[in-house]
Design a binder for this molecule. Structure first.
Ligand code: NAI
Ligand code: MG
Length: 498
C-alpha cells in the first residue's frame, strides 16, 4: 500500500465497523489555490467603480474550513446604501431603460461567457469562502450561474413572447438580498432576470460569503455594462434592512431565513414595492417499497449531506415505506460511512465545512435537542479536521411528527427518518409542516408519482431524483417557504409590470 494512504481511525461513535469498509482512505487530492488572487481588502461596487465605504469600516471574511482570514470587505451604512440606490436609479433613467433590448441581451451574454472563462477561479473562491466541497462549486454552482445568465440573455429581446398580449415593462430599481449557501448562484438567479427584464440592481451578498459576488462585480466592470446598472454592496443585516426601507426601490427579492422574510414582508406592506421571498424548507423525501433502492439512497445522500445540508430545498425529512425500512436504513448507514468529510478544496471530499461558527452552533443545538427529545442518533464514524467548522453526517431514527427536529429547519447534514404504510399517511405527514418548498418521491409507478405530486404542498417535487436544477425551470415555495418564482419564464414576471 502506498505510504500516502492512511489508516482510518475506526468509527468514532462506538458503532461496530461495517463489513465492507476497507479501512483505507483516499490520498489527498487538493485543488491548488496558489494562483488565486484575492485582494486583502474590497470596497463597495457602486456606479461601476470600487468606492470606499462612507462608514470607513471593514470586516473580515474567513475560510470556514481553516478559520484563516481571506480578506476584509466594506461595511455599508445607510449613506452607502443610498448612494448605491441612487446609482442604480441614475443608470436606469440614463442608459438602461433607453437601451434596445437586444443590446441589453448582449451584455448579459457577455457576463455568462466571462463566468465560464473564469469558472475555475470562481469555484475555488466559492469553496474557500463558503466551505462547500470543490466538487459542488465546480460542477454545480459555477456552471449553473453561467447558465442562468445565458438563459435570461436570450429573453431580453423577446419579452413580448414571454408575456403574450401584454406590454411588459421593467419595474425600475431592484434590491436583492441573498444568503450564504449558494453565493454566486443566488447572485446569478437574482441579477440575470432583473437585467433581462430591464431593471437595474443593488445586490447585497451575505456577510459570511461576499467574495464571489465581488469577483462578479469585477467581471461586470470588465464586461463594459454601463456604470450603475449593477451595484454590489457588502454588509450585515442592517445593510439589508436599509435597502428594504429605501424609498426609491421598486422591487425586493430576498432569499434567506423565514424569520427575516417575515420582517421584510411587514416592512414592505402598504408600499408600492414588489416582493418575492424564497425562504426556508423542511422537505419530505419519500421512498416507496417499489423504488430502485440504491438510486434512492444516492438521492437521500445528495438531498441532505452534499453541500453540508445548506440547501433550502434539502431533503431533510426522510419517509420510508415500512416494508423496506430496515433495508434502506442499512444501505444508508453503509453509504454515509463512505462519505469523506473534510478539506473542501480536496476533490475527493463529499461533505465540506459548515459555513460559519454560528451555523455550526445552530446545528449542534439541534443534534442535542434530537437526543433530548428521545430520537435515536447515528453519526458516520469518519474523523473531522480539528480546525474549522465541521459536522459529521447525522441520522435520527425513532422520530415522531411532533419532534422539533422533524419540524424546524436545521440547515445542516442532519436527517430525520420516519416510516409510513400508505400513500394517504405519507401525504398527510409530509404536508404537516409550516414549509412547502420541495419534496422528493421515489417509486417505480408513474401513477403513484402523479398522485403524490398533485397532493404534496411543495413548489418543486422531484421524482426518482433530487436537487436537480435548470435555469428553464421555475423554483419557489408555498406557505412559510415564501412566494414568487425564480428561474424560467415565471422568474421574469417578478421583474416586470404588465
Ligand atoms: P438571514 O436570513 O439572517 O440572512 C440572509 C440574508 O439576509 C443575509 O444577506 C443577511 O445579511 C440579510 N439580512 C439579515 N437580516 C436582515 C434584515 N432584517 N433585513 C434585510 N436583510 C437582512 O439568515 P442567517 O441568519 O444567515 O441564517 C439563519 C437561518 O436561516 C439558517 O440556520 C437557516 O435555517 C436559514 N437560512 C435559509 C436560507 C435559504 O436559502 N432558505 C439561506 C440562509 C439561511
Ligand atoms: Mg440572521
Amino acid at each position: 500500500m502506498a505510504s500516502s494512504v492512511k489508516k482510518k481511525n475506526g468509527t468514532g461513535n462506538g458503532q461496530p465497523k461495517l463489513k465492507f469498509n476497507t479501512g483505507w482512505e483516499y490520498a489527498p487530492a487538493p485543488e491548488s489555490s496558489s494562483h488565486i488572487k484575492i485582494n486583502s481588502r474590497y470596497d463597495l461596487f457602486i456606479g461601476g467603480k470600487f468606492v470606499k465605504p462612507s462608514s470607513g469600516k471593514y470586516f473580515d471574511t474567513i475560510n470556514p474550513a481553516t478559520e484563516a482570514k481571506l480578506s476584509e470587505v466594506a461595511e455599508s451604512n445607510t449613506a452607502d446604501v443610498d448612494k448605491a440606490v441612487k446609482a442604480a436609479r441614475q443608470a436606469y433613467d440614463k442608459y438602461w431603460k433607453k437601451m434596445p433590448a437586444r443590446e441589453r441581451g448582449k451584455y448579459i451574454f457577455r457576463i455568462s461567457r466571462m463566468i465560464q472563462e473564469r469558472a475555475r477561479e470562481l469555484a475555488i473562491i466559492e469553496t474557500m469562502n463558503g466551505g462547500k466541497a470543490i466538487r459542488e462549486s465546480r460542477d454545480i454552482d459555477v456552471p449553473l450561474a453561467a447558465n442562468h445568465f445565458f438563459y435570461y440573455a436570450g429573453w431580453a429581446d423577446k419579452l413580448q413572447f414571454a408575456l403574450p398580449n401584454k406590454t411588459p415593462k421593467p419595474l425600475g430599481v431592484a434590491a436583492q438580498i441573498i444568503p450564504w449557501n449558494f453565493p454566486l448562484l443566488m447572485a446569478a438567479w437574482k441579477i440575470a432576470p432583473a437585467l433581462a427584464a430591464g431593471n437595474t440592481v443593488v445586490l447585497k451578498p451575505a456577510e459570511t460569503t461576499p467574495l464571489t459576488a465581488l469577483k462578479l462585480a469585477e467581471i461586470i466592470q470588465e464586461s463594459g455594462l454601463p456604470e450603475g446598472v449593477v451595484n454590489i454592496i457588502t454588509g450585515f443585516g442592517n445593510t439589508g434592512a436599509d435597502l428594504v426601507y429605501h424609498n426609491d426601490v421598486d422591487k425586493i427579492a430576498f432569499t434567506g431565513s423565514t424569520e427575516v422574510g417575515k420582517i421584510i414582508q411587514k416592512a414592505v406592506a402598504g408600499t408600492r414595492k414588489k416582493l418575492t421571498l424564497e425562504l426556508g424548507g423542511k422537505a419530505a423525501n419519500i421512498i416507496f417499497d417499489d423504488a430502485p433502492l440504491d438510486q434512492a439512497v444516492e438521492g437521500i445522500v445528495n438531498g441532505i449531506f452534499f453541500n453540508q445540508g445548506h440547501v433550502c430545498c434539502a431533503g431533510s425529512r426522510l419517509f420510508v415505506q415500512e416494508s423496506v425500512y430496515n433495508k434502506v436504513l442499512r444501505k444508508l448507514k453503509d453509504r454515509i460511512e463512505t462519505l469523506i468529510v473534510g478539506d473542501p478544496l480536496d476533490k475527493n471530499t463529499d461533505v465540506g465545512a459548515i459555513n460559519s461558527k454560528a451555523q455550526l452552533e445552530i446545528i449542534n443545538r439541534y443534534i442535542a435537542l434530537g437526543k433530548e427529545e428521545g430520537a435515536e442518533i447515528y453519526q458516520s464514524g469518519c474523523s473531522v479536521p480539528k480546525k474549522g467548522f465541521f459536522c459529521r453526517p447525522t441520522l435520527f431514527t425513532n422520530v415522531s411528527q411532533s419532534h422539533r427536529i422533524a419540524q424546524e429547519e436545521i440547515f445542516g447534514p442532519v436527517l430525520t427518518i420516519q416510516t409510513f404504510r400508505t400513500d394517504e399517511e405519507v401525504i398527510e405527514k409530509a404536508n404537516n409542516s409550516p414549509y412547502g418548498l420541495s419534496a422528493g418521491v421515489w417509486t417505480d409507478k408513474g401513477s403513484k408519482i402523479f398522485n403524490l405530486t398533485t397532493k404534496l404542498k411543495a413548489g418543486v417535487i422531484w421524482a426518482n431524483t433530487y436537487n436537480k436544477f435548470d435555469p428553464t425551470s421555475p423554483f419557489g415555495g408555498y406557505k412559510e417557504s415564501g412566494f414568487g418564482r425564480e428561474g424560467g419564464l415565471h422568474g421574469l414576471t417578478s421583474y416586470l409590470a404588465s
